[in-house]
Design a protein around this ligand. Structure first.
Ligand code: SAM
Length: 296
């Protein structure tokens, strides 16, 4: 499959992602399924993949080199990265380099001439050294109509990419991946869920864990048929038809779930007096809540 060809180019989508990568094929499976696929089909979200290697002009299309100062591994060279990002972001949303122009017929570009980039398009490097991706960062990103995601490989990108090209650096967690592609997929997925119309159930995204709709708490247990399974019944309250009581039960379950799994979150959330009393009953002590998981 030609990666450039499966980029959709409808200019009216709510959010457009430009993804810069050495491995565009990695995206083909995850982006051709489920919510991400439907969001593209419905023109809510569009993606253009830009193979950084297509922006090399040397005979061997080299994108990496050894680090100055020694040390193992390779570093992504700055020129193809700058050239790819500056060329694409100088064009309207949806533009991709025609595949026949790769290497040989690139738009003019001068290594020493900084091309002004659109101020309203963040250029985000996926990086273990970036700020942590949280639901509030995802919400922040979902406000943009165009985002550029730069996927590192090898030991990462040349320092000048970080100092001069990118405007943001995002990590998906405190661990190291082999490349930024999986992290970029995570960003696209999380942002896409927030686009109105992307989810089958319109309120779904507001009621997920970490979302403002449930006060930033973690979602508690949910049930579907059958009523009884392996000796455990669905809680009676969920069959009561009493909406206010069901909502109160879900809220208490979310408080309890958060206390058990991520007590560190509680101190940052706007808890009511009743919330605090409930949590206190289950052993929460505010000053100890940053010290790890609560006991059972
Ligand atoms: N030498 C780099 C360091 O220590 O920070 C790690 C490079 S890593 C092997 C290669 C690429 O994977 C990075 O440039 C980045 O794009 C991506 N990557 C690795 N871990 C990541 C994470 N937790 N979040 C986002 N991107 C990550």
């Amino acid at each position: 499959m030609n990666s450039e060809n499966f980029a959709m180019q409808e200019p009216s989508a709510v959010v457009h992602f430009d993804i810069f990568t050495l491995f565009p094929q990695m995206f083909s499976g995850p982006f051709a399924e489920s919510i991400i696929k439907r969001a593209q089909e419905n023109n809510l979200m569009t993606v253009a993949f830009h193979d950084i290697r297509n922006y090399t002009t040397d005979r061997h299309h080299i994108c990496d080199d050894t680090p100055y100062g020694g040390g193992g591994g390779m570093i992504m060279k700055p020129e193809p990265v700058f050239r790819a990002v500056e060329t694409v972001l100088s064009q309207p949303r949806g533009w991709t380099l025609p595949i026949e122009d790769a290497y040989v017929n690139l738009p003019p570009w001068q290594p020493e001439e900084r091309l002004p980039l659109p101020a309203d398009t963040p250029v985000i490097l996926l990086s273990p050294a970036g700020r942590l991706l949280t639901q509030s960062v995802v919400t922040e990103l979902s406000q943009y109509s165009r985002l550029a995601l730069l996927c590192g490989r090898y030991e990462g990108v040349d320092g000048r990419v970080r100092s001069q090209l990118i405007t943001d650096e995002i990590s998906i967690g405190d661990y190291v991946l082999s490349g930024g592609e999986l992290a970029a997929m995570v960003v696209v997925d999380a942002v896409t869920r927030l686009i109105p119309g992307a989810l089958g159930y319109a309120l779904g995204a507001q009621q997920d864990s970490h979302s403002a709709g449930i006060g930033g708490l973690l979602e508690g247990p949910q049930y579907t048929r059958p009523l009884h399974f392996r000796g455990e019944a669905v809680p009676d309250i969920l069959l009561s038809g009493h909406h206010a009581k069901i909502a109160a039960w879900h809220h208490e379950q979310a408080l309890y779930q958060t206390l058990r799994q991520r007590p560190d979150l509680l101190s940052k959330l706007p808890l009511t007096k009743e919330d605090r009393a409930f949590l206190w009953k289950w052993g929460w002590r505010e000053e100890a809540s940053t010290e790890g998981n609560a006991e059972g």
